[in-house]
Every structure is written in C-alpha cells, then in structure tokens.
Ligand binder design. Sequence first.
Ligand SMILES: [Mg+2]
Length: 263
Amino acid sequence: MPWRPALIALDADDTLWHNEPLFRMTQARFDALLAPWADAPTVAAELAAVERRNLSTYGYGAKGFTLSMIETALVLSGRQVGADVLAEILEAGRELMRHPMEPLPGVADALERLAALAPLLLITKGDLFHQESKLAASGLGRWFSGVEVVSEKDADTYRRAFGRHGVPAARALMAGNSVRSDVLPPLALGAWGVLIPYPLVWSHEAAEVPHGHPRFRECASLDALADWLQCLPPEPAAAASPSLSPSLSLSLSPAPSSSHPEA
Ligand SMILES: [Mg+2]
C-alpha cells in the first residue's frame, strides 16, 4: 500500500547544526584544566559518569554539562581545585552556550524540499533557552510547523508529540542522528525512524542500528531523505495527510503547546 508521511519530525543537534564537536572542544579544554589531577581518559570517564548521574536532575544540555564539569573537578581533585580553575570551567561552559550556531551544509534547501512534502515538526531535547536561541539564530524556524523542546525522547514523548499534531504514529516519520533517541522510540511506536548519521556521537546516545527493520531507513543527509520521500508513490486521495496549524507552536513536554515567537 502506498505510504507517505503526514508529518516529518526532525532532530536538531547534529541533524540541523553542529553540536557534538563543540562539546568535545569544551571537554578538551576541561581535560587541560584538570591535567594536574588526572589524565584525559580518567577525566572523560569520570565526567561521563557524573553526567549520567545528573541527567535526571539537570536534564540534557550545556548548563547541566557545565555543572557536571564542576562536580567532576571537585571529585578528581579531592576538593582541592582552585577558584581560578572553577572560574575557567564556568567560562568554558558560557562559551559553549554562546558559540555561533553552524548549520550543516545544505540544510536550509533540504528543509524547503521536505516542507513541501509534509508539515515539519522539530523535536529536540536540551536546555530550553539554548535550543530556542540556536533555532532563532539559524533562521530555520520558518520551515517548521511546530517545535517541541522535550526533556527526554522516549516512545511516550513521541506519542504525545504526534498526538498533539493530530497524526497517528503510523503516518509519522522521525529523522535524526541518534539511534537511541531519534530512531528506536519512533519505531517502537509504529512510526518510521530514519537515521542521518553524524560523524561524532555522544556515548550516551550510542545504540545498535536496527538494520532490517521494515520501518527503518538510513539516509546520508536531509537532502537524501527528501530524495527518497519524493520518489515514494503517491497515496490515494482518501488517505490525504492531516495538516498542522499554519502557525508555529512550541511545546515543552509534557505541557501543552504555547506560542513560540522567536522562531
Ligand atoms: Mg541529535
């Protein structure tokens, strides 16, 4: 039976713009600051453990990462780390937040093509202020019919997001660079999951690629996703896509939608 998505949901970090390299650069700076107390692999392992422990408290994003760097410095130095180093860590976190947003090549053109095929919904997790700022700076918000900044990307999150936009999971497609967050939960829900690989993946997002799953696909880029969707056979008129509201809306999971004037 012909199938076309009634809703195309997209991840933001490392799908629309570069993100993980900025965290890696910040961590390299952190490694150097902690060199008197531990080597880089030890710092990386401790920071990863502290971040995992703190996710349920701070959530995802640069602010939580900064607090976890400070905690890691206190742990690895036996609370001997000086105020000057703590100030450097805070500055590194601030620069991470303020770093100019760098879109991936060809993203704007690909979004224009995808938006002509179905309404686009941005689903991103992380710090609300930071994600909003990046979207506003990117100028890409105009292609999206809705924006969801969520605290976690699990099946329930996607069920609520698709439901808020009146689209059953079977008619929705989610695409992003994280198998764990962007692919597996939509597949579990009955939606399509599309992996758009990015060279660097945060260890927390690592998961086995579901090769062979009938609703999984891997595309090299958003442009390649548009190529594939444009080649799908047309669907019968009776199965026409439900449409989203023309005005952009921002939702903070699990709260209902509200306006999003920045993007
Ligand atoms: Mg991502």
